[in-house]
Structures are given as C-alpha cells and as structure tokens.
Write a protein that binds this ligand. Structure first.
Ligand code: MG
Length: 382
C-alpha cells in the first residue's frame, strides 16, 4: 500500500493521479489532499477519497465535510500536510503551480516521503538544495513530467559517462506556427489554446513562451547530473517522442507513446514498474514524426533559462519570479505577450541580486520581492 499526499489535487496532474488511485484501490490510500479554488471539484474529491487531512487554499474556502478530518489552509497548511506522518510508505505528489510548491517538498523530504514531483519551481529555484536534502534524508525523488520520465527511463541501466547529450522534446506550444512579428498582438485566449495537452493556464502560457522548456532543461540538469551544455531541446509537434538520450557511440534511446499524462504519473507512483493499463495505445502504423530546430531567436525565454544556469545561485529564483509575475500580468490583461520575455530579461540582467546568497530564505525573500515589484510596476497591483 502506498499512502499518498496530493498537493494540487484538483488540477490536471492531481485529477489524473486520482484517476489512477480510483482504478487501483488495492495499491493506494489518499491520506492528504490540498485543493484550490474550484470548490465543486474539491467537494467531490474530498467526499470520494476521504483524506485524513485537507488543505484549503484560503480560510474562506473551508466548507463542512461529512466526516472527521483535520482541516488546514494556506501555505502553512501545505507545510502541515507535508509534515503529517502516520504510515511507513508515504508519497508526496506535488502538483502545485508556482514557488509555493518549494517548501512542501522540503518538508516532505525531511519526513522521509517519496517525492513524485510535478511542481517545476522546486528544482528550478532550489535544485542544489533539494539534491543535497534528498541525499541527506535518503529519499527518492521521481519526476512526473513526461520529458523527465522519458529521460529517466532512457538512462536506466546506462553509464552517464557514455551520454553525449539529453534531448528534450517540445510540442511548440500554442504559437508554434507563428513568426515573431505575428506574436505582437496575440491574446491570452489565443495562448490558452494548446494543440496537444490540456493543462493549467500558467503552464500553457509557459509552453507558448517556451519558458516551460527552459524550466525543464534546468530540472533535467539537477535530476540527472548532466552538464547543461549537454542538454538540448528540439521541436517535435506530435508529442509522441517524450524525450531522448544520445550516447557517444551514436545510439539514441527515446521513450515514445501516446500523449497521456496518466502514463508518466503512474510510472512515478509505481516506479520502476510500468503497471498502468493504458486506455489507448500508440498506432505505430500511422506514425508521422517530425523534428525541427528550436531557435533562441524565436524563443528567447529558452535562452534565458540557460543564462540563468550560467549565472547560477539566486538567479534561478530571479528567472522564475520574473516569469511568474509576468505571466500573471499577461493572464490579467495587463501586459502583452512579448512583454513577458522583456520583463524576464530585465530582471535576469539586474546585477543587484548578486549580493543574495543561495539559500532557502533568500530564494523565498528575493522571489517575493521581485514578484511584488513587477506587479506594482506593470500592473499597479499591490
Ligand atoms: Mg513537460
């Protein structure tokens, strides 16, 4: 039996995790759950899975539930869920969006939970710190993201010294067929129509700017201990090849399959078993695979991710915070699409942040400071 704590249970990854739990009650028990502002779905999931501890996003969201459960809320509530500890074989599925996912991961590691990670910010802003905690507390951290799940599988049984490069595939996002000049007047409605995946709005915008792929490069660097100079990205519109590893002898290993997130979620939960019975299988007879270069000129945000890695330390948090604020402003019609990358570049090249040492406190403090500054400067939002 695996005892699960699911953060972001009502989102896309959380809901699909619950699908797997529903189909395999003999293997899973949901002990903790954090829910967002969609209270209708929250109610449905809480009553169905009856977790022992529930975290609401805000105090005013709390509603009465039909059984006895510990109720918590806000960022402190997320920490309480991560620290809740009652069983031997506990898993934290972190599907939160944003830097609020960082501290719950840290606390869950300290409670010896296995981490199934879908929250990007955890590794983007604090990769080195998380890596050393994972080692210190001797826990497993398994990626849920399809790209990293693919690379994990391709590297299985291999000697990393023989790896030439990791190749992370990108679907290209909602604007993959548009030129730079055509991006001038795109709207959030255009951006939210992703051709291959249905995801939350933040990550859909990050896919359109390609910042999402940049984050995945950073995550891969920390997950697999491969120099980022040997991590490449490639445009692959069909999302069939989920990522690849190229070896020095010319061999390329790829993990391919349908574009269904249930598969990598299940692989993380059952790691290293392929236990899921898929609902549909890849039609090999009608495959059409294309690859194209992902250019830094077309997608500057991808370049900024490598810049942040090069600068290192607190600048990874700077990259993330600037992006988080800029995407928020775009989603609230305060700035244009292309302004997102401009704001990120401005912060990333600001030398004032150099004085901040790389530690959890500063990561949180600097992130907060940057988000507040950008929201005020460009959106008049306090
Ligand atoms: Mg991905």
């Amino acid at each position: 039996m695996r005892y699960l704590y699911i953060l972001g249970a009502c989102g896309s990854i959380g809901s699909q995790t619950l699908d797997i739990v529903r189909d395999n009650p003999q293997d899973f028990k949901v002990v903790g759950m954090s829910v967002g502002s969609n209270l209708e779905i929250a109610k449905k999931y809480i009553e169905e899975f009856k977790p022992e501890i529930v975290c609401f996003r805000k105090k005013e969201h709390i509603f009465k539930i039909s059984y006895d459960a510990k109720i918590v809320y806000g960022d402190c509530g997320l920490i309480e869920i991560s620290r809740y500890h009652k069983y031997d074989n506990e898993y934290l599925v972190n599907a939160l969006v944003g830097i609020s996912g960082l501290m719950p991961t840290v606390e869950a590691i300290k409670c010896h939970k296995t981490i199934c990670l879908a929250n990007k910010e955890t590794l983007v802003v604090a990769g080195d710190i998380i890596k050393s905690l994972v080692k210190e507390y001797n826990v497993s951290l398994i990626p849920i993201d399809s790209e990293h799940s693919a690379i994990l599988q391709c590297l299985s049984g291999e000697d990393k010294k023989e790896v030439k490069r990791l190749i992370i595939t990108a679907s290209g996002g909602s604007f993959r067929d548009k030129s730079r000049s055509e991006l001038l007047n795109v709207t959030k409605e255009d951006a939210l129509k992703h051709p291959n995946w249905h995801m939350g709005s933040k990550i859909t915008i990050d896919s359109a700017t390609m910042m999402n792929k940049g984050f995945e490069v950073i995550e891969a660097y920390y997950l697999f201990d491969i120099d980022y100079k040997h991590i490449d990205t490639i445009l692959h519109p069909q999302s069939i090849v989920h990522s690849m590893v190229e070896f020095k002898d010319g061999t390329i290993k790829a993990e391919i399959g349908t574009a269904d997130m249930h598969t990598p979620i299940s692989f993380a939960l059952y790691y290293p078993s392929h236990n899921l019975k898929a609902s549909n299988y890849l039609d090999l007879l009608n495959l059409n695979l294309n690859f194209k270069e992902l250019s830094f000129d077309r997608y500057p945000c991808l370049k900024y991710a490598y810049m942040a890695l090069e600068k290192g330390g607190i600048y990874l948090a700077v990259l993330n915070a600037a992006n988080e604020a800029a995407v928020y402003l775009f989603l609230h019609d305060k700035i244009s699409f292309l302004k997102i990358e401009e704001i990120i570049y401005q912060e990333l090249t600001n030398p004032n942040y150099e004085k901040y040492q790389y530690c959890l406190d500063n990561i949180l403090q600097v992130s907060n400071m940057i988000v507040n500054k950008i929201l005020l400067d460009y959106g008049g939002i306090k």
